[in-house]
Design a protein around this ligand. Structure first.
Ligand SMILES: Cc1cc2nc3c(=O)[nH]c(=O)nc-3n(C[C@H](O)[C@H](O)[C@H](O)COP(=O)(O)OP(=O)(O)OC[C@H]3O[C@@H](n4cnc5c(N)ncnc54)[C@H](O)[C@@H]3O)c2cc1C
Length: 532
């Protein structure tokens, strides 16, 4: 079954490693070239003075995909429970089972008693999407079933699954309108609207935002941190005889002669290339010259669209090592906590006030900026991950590590750095975040911090080469530059460049870990079909 054709995969994130394993299992020997010193990209964990922190995604959504993928690769990695809590001010609920939606409804009604009717309307929509999500992701994806080994499944369950999948996908895709617009049709109260939606990217498609609640019970925490998944995939790959080269950023690409050059000057030729990294960085290296006129036209069309587009929003993260035992935090929430200290909502703080500040940056004085930042920290929604509540081995005995983040604007961070304020900004924002959480939910936090450090949208852009520090591919605020919906993923993995394919968060929109795995698997299927 194997071939001697050369397959190169650029990027050793979850997409690159999934594609590579899928090909290696079928007898190919793909070579993965990874820019960083370790693989994983936006799925990574690291140790700092005995505390294990997750640098990218905080927990893993199974979505009928991750467990079957690990099973197919015979990877025996324990996926621990990763329960989610939701909280606003002093009201905190668990969102880990079917009854949680009723608790969420009650929480919102208690906070906004004047808007009870509107709360009911939004809860009804979320419940409807829960049913859709059960169809789409509630059972193991057939992508990871081997048709030759399970023919009965393919003639019985699969046809029914595909009909339900397509019908539901079409229903879901009808809700493409931005979530803000959709919510404004059913909710009059601005604060209530914000509380439901402000932890999503601006203009997130309504179906994505409304279905998110259903995903909470589907989160898992891999033993040893989320980075255990790429590590296991990398180990499996070497067992299958394939190579991963780290510190090997691809810096040059000659698509006519199918030639790559890495940062160390090594040259590689390929029969098939799967680009599992940022799409702008692919097209920045591509010249259409030499191909037929028709191919050139297609390449230029996509190149222009991609280079003119923006990545999605980014995050600011504060990592905290705390001299408090896990019980302190367990008494407050589960290990994955979406928390809003104030019920007012961000309002114009992250809309007109933010754009006004960016547009008039030169005229802005420091005091006004820090006053804005303080308000931003006070009114925001935080994603708080406490790994020790899922896996006790992630912190020293009697201590806890916290990963605290919220969405943060890349352009603003760039301006802060250009102004020479970056270090001072880091100190201020960390203080504001700590003060806010201390006053709202963790009274003992400040006096027990052992050490802290931060990561900004600029760090993400630099470390994984993600345009605008994007954490999930393309921005929802502009038209996505490639045809990349849920229903045409298989088409999306092909680029107009001969023998160049793609997978990962820049291939489909809305993206996330499950769709990265799906596209990676599809790209591998297409390449396997082409080369055998
Ligand atoms: C804070 C945070 C929270 C998240 N939460 C969720 C969530 O709850 N649910 C969800 O589904 N998703 C979530 N995500 C998104 C998810 O983690 C990513 O979409 C996914 O991991 C992207 O995988 P990828 O392999 O496509 O890209 P990446 O992880 O970006 O991997 C690309 C790899 O390519 C390498 N690379 C880049 N350029 C080159 C080059 N020129 N040569 C060689 N190598 C190169 C990079 O170093 C990197 O390792 C979150 C992400 C973050 C950061």
């Amino acid at each position: 079954m194997g071939t001697h054709k050369s397959i190169i995969i650029v990027g050793g994130g979850i997409s690159g490693l999934t594609s590579a394993n899928s090909l290696a299992m079928r007898g190919h020997a793909p070579l993965v070239l990874e820019k960083g010193a370790t693989c994983g990209g936006l799925v990574n964990s690291f140790l700092r003075d005995g505390f294990l922190f997750d640098g990218g995604i905080r927990a893993i959504e199974n979505a009928g995909m991750v467990k079957p993928m690990l099973k197919e690769l015979e990877i025996d990695l324990p996926l621990l429970e990763s329960k989610v809590s939701l909280g606003v001010e002093d009201k905190i609920i668990s969102a880990d089972n079917k009854e949680s939606l009723a608790l969420y409804e009650q929480l919102l009604k208690e906070l906004y008693p004047q808007s009870s009717r509107d709360v009911e309307k939004v809860i009804k929509v979320i419940a409807k999407f829960d049913v859709y999500m059960q169809v789409l992701f509630g059972s193991d994806s057939p992508f990871f079933k081997d048709a030759s080994r399970d023919t009965r499944y393919y003639f019985t369950t699969f046809p029914l699954w595909i009909i339900r999948f397509l019908a539901t996908s079409i229903a879901v895709m009808r809700m493409q309108i931005p979530m803000e617009k959709f919510l404004s049709t059913i909710i009059k109260n601005d604060s209530l609207r914000d509380i439901i939606s402000q932890h999503f990217f601006k203009k997130t498609p309504a179906f994505f935002a409304m279905s998110y609640f259903s995903l909470y019970p589907d989160y898992y925490y891999p033993k040893g941190g989320v980075g255990s998944i790429p590590k296991a995939l990398q180990d499996r790959l070497s067992e299958l005889g394939s190579e991963v080269r780290v510190n090997a950023e691809v810096v040059k690409l000659d698509v006519l002669n199918k030639l790559l050059v890495d940062i160390n000057g090594n040259e590689y030729t390929y029969d098939a290339l799967i680009w599992c990294a940022d799409m702008k960085s692919l097209y920045n290296k591509v010249s259409p010259l030499g191909f037929s006129e028709e191919v050139q036209k297609e390449i230029v069309k996509e190149q222009e669209a991609i280079l003119a587009s923006r990545g999605a929003e980014s995050v600011f993260t504060l990592f905290l090592a705390v001299d408090l035992p896990s019980e302190y935090f367990r008494g407050i929430s589960e290990g994955h906590f979406f928390y809003t200290p104030k019920k007012e909502g961000l309002g114009e703080t992250h809309r007109s006030k933010l754009s006004h500040m960016i547009d008039n940056w030169q005229a802005l004085n420091r005091e006004d900026f820090y006053a804005w930042l303080k308000e931003f920290c006070l009114l925001n929604t935080y994603e708080i991950s406490i790994p020790v509540l899922n896996d006790s081995s992630t912190a020293p005995e009697g201590k806890s590590g916290l990963i605290v983040s919220f969405l943060f604007d890349y352009e603003l961070t760039k301006k802060i750095e250009e102004a020479g304020w970056y270090d001072e900004f880091n100190t201020h924002i960390s203080d504001y975040m700590i003060e806010t959480l201390m006053e709202a939910v963790y009274p003992k936090l400040k006096e027990n911090i052992l050490f802290s450090f931060t990561a900004s949208p600029l760090s993400i852009a630099r470390e994984v080469g993600s345009s605008e520090g994007a954490i999930v591919g393309w921005s929802f605020e502009q038209k996505v530059p490639i045809s990349a919906g849920m229903l045409n993923m298989k088409k999306a993995v092909r680029t107009p460049i001969p023998d160049v394919y793609r997978a990962g968060q820049w291939t489909v929109s809305p993206a996330g870990l499950p769709t990265c795995i799906m596209t990676a698997r599809m790209a591998a299927d297409v390449v396997h079909g082409k080369l055998t």
